[in-house]
Design a protein around this ligand. Structure first.
Ligand SMILES: N[C@@H](CCC[C@H](N)C(=O)O)C(=O)O
Length: 277
């Protein structure tokens, strides 16, 4: 199986372009390929597949073998892959994901990294649709208790679930300690991605993430979108901000006119390889 190793701000993927579906267990394959000691090493295995509605479809399987509905950093990577090899000079592309159709624009290259703009669609805020057991219209600043510590979270779905928690200092926050316990808390029957966020100014946020099915990663595109939406909902930020992540910055905008969230960030190709099936 030929693959390309790619990353978006250090959130890394093994990208595989298949015209035919693989006849083997792709979830087991993801676990093996993503293993950082015994495999290629990645946060996820991503398939580019044919689509009837878009230029191509993307499927993302987390390192633990669970499938996610959406992945912002992977969308930028697959768009770069398709643009470099397939689309010719066409800069506007469409991608089908489990969370819906997305429009992507290839912007200028900066020092080897393509900048990619993605329409991530509207956030879903209804408590019943965001996979929590809370039966509310919106889940904003709700308490969640782990042992004797209570956090307050805002639930935002960008196709995949996020619990955004505002903290004093996201950069120093012990993500590895609280992340796994919040990811698997009984409030989140489908588990959740967890973002720890500090708002420095209405246009600047620090974010650290514990990703569902992966662990702490260097960046999360959908997490950055969810964090800005949560910061706007709680009156902490304006609709356009820079989100600083471990791996670098994303520009996020929650557009007032169409209600969609737009993300701009880099996508990088690292190397090509072949995995013996
Ligand atoms: N890194 C991603 C999100 C990947 C999926 C996530 N782990 C989930 O299970 O929802 C991003 O950049 O959005």
């Amino acid at each position: 199986m030929k693959f390309t190793k790619m990353h978006g701000l250090g959130n890394d993927f093994v990208v595989c372009h298949r015209k035919e579906p693989l006849s083997l267990d792709v979830f087991e394959l993801a676990r093996k390929v993503c293993d950082r000691h015994l495999g290629v090493g990645a946060d996820g295995l991503v398939f580019i597949q044919p689509s009837e509605q878009a230029d191509f479809a993307m499927r993302i399987i987390n390192a633990d073998g669970t499938e996610a509905e959406q992945c912002g950093n992977a969308v930028r990577c697959v768009a770069k892959y398709y643009y470099d090899r397939i689309s010719g000079a066409r800069r506007e592309l469409t991608v089908e994901t489990k969370a819906g159709l997305q429009k992507v624009w290839m912007e200028e290259d900066k020092e080897g990294a393509a900048m990619v703009r993605v329409d991530m669609g509207p956030p879903v805020l209804e408590g019943r649709k965001v996979p929590t057991v809370l039966d509310k219209d919106m889940v904003v600043d709700e308490p969640v208790t782990v042992e004797d510590t209570t956090f307050h979270f805002t639930a935002v779905s960008m196709g995949n679930p996020h619990a955004v928690i505002f903290v004093e200092d996201a950069v120093q926050f012990p993500v590895e300690n609280w992340g796994p316990r919040l990811e698997t808390h009984s409030l989140f029957p489908n588990k959740t991605n967890v973002e720890f966020v500090t708002v420095h100014s209405p246009h600047e946020l620090d974010m650290r993430v514990w990703e569902r099915g992966v662990g702490q990663t260097m960046a999360c595109g959908t997490g950055a979108c969810a964090s800005l939406v949560a910061a706007v909902l709680t009156g902490k930020a304006e609709r356009r901000a820079t989100v600083h992540l471990k791996g670098g910055d994303l520009q996020i905008e929650w557009n007032e006119e169409d209600g969609h969230v737009y993300m701009i960030g880099p996508a990088v190709t690292v190397f090509e390889g072949e995995w013996a099936l």
